[in-house]
Ligand binder design. Structure first.
Ligand code: MN
Length: 243
């Protein structure tokens, strides 16, 4: 009986792993389309003015309601024109061929990338921010891969500074190795294009900061750190790290 029970537990665990791994590339909601097949613009999970004074109310309004909405609408258009109907946005992004893309793939790369980047960006901020749990699994992995939490933040900040023109700097996880690294990307290029999962990222397009900070990008990045909600990042890391 004991052996049979163990075998059942093992089978159940194996099945759970297989079921989890397919969807786990998506770590920030929504991970599935609505009933009509389109992806919704997620509501901002906190009031627009609640990140003041780090990020101002007006910037948040334009950024979420105009820019993020625009990427969402255009990504849904891109999806309607794509032959392949299944898979999450994240999974589809991993299969885009960057080097040899037709116009409809480029349209998806830009707007699907904009959608993925922004759903992570808005989900990982919150009023007052939330510091990383010093004894949690994410902090331990950051220590292992960067030497310290401080080093990670310095590398991510330096990557944000290094972006020429519009783009992003990300903390990414390689699901094949479990390792973390920092990645700077131009435009709306998603880390999923390189089979990397973005856990956290800072938008350094001028629309993210110019109303308040003008050309002072690094003042904005410093303020952004104050509203990063690491509880959300840790939750997302637990999803992908356990798959
Ligand atoms: Mn943006």
């Amino acid at each position: 009986m004991k052996v049979a029970a163990l075998a059942l537990v093992t089978l159940a665990l194996t099945l759970a792993t297989v079921v989890a791994s397919a969807a786990d590339l998506c770590i920030y909601e929504p991970c599935a389309p609505a009933e009509d097949g389109t992806y919704a613009l997620p509501d901002l999970p906190y009031p627009y003015d609640s990140l003041e004074p780090s990020i101002d109310n007006k910037t948040m309004g334009f950024h979420h309601d105009v820019h993020f909405k625009g990427y969402t609408t255009k990504m849904n258009k891109a999806l309607a024109e794509m032959p392949q109907a299944d898979g999450t946005i994240e999974e589809r992004m991993t299969s885009v061929d960057v080097a040899n893309s037709d116009p409809s793939s480029i349209f998806f790369l830009n707007n699907g990338g904009g959608y993925l980047n922004h759903k992570m960006y808005f989900a990982t901020m919150g009023p007052g921010g939330s510091p990383i749990s010093p004894d949690g699994p994410l902090a331990a992995k950051i220590d292992e891969d960067f030497g310290s939490y401080q080093n990670m933040t310095e590398e991510l900040t330096a990557a944000a500074k290094s972006v020429f023109g519009s783009g992003w700097a990300f903390l990414v996880l390689d699901p094949a190795t479990g390792d973390l690294s920092i990645l700077a990307q131009p435009n709306q290029n998603s880390p999923y294009l390189q089979n990397l999962v973005p856990l956290l990222g800072v938008d350094v397009w001028e629309h993210a900061y110019y109303l308040k900070q003008g050309p002072k990008r690094m003042d904005y990045v410093a303020n952004w750190w104050d509203v990063v909600d690491f509880a959300k990042v840790e939750e997302a890391y637990a999803k992908v790290a356990s798959s």
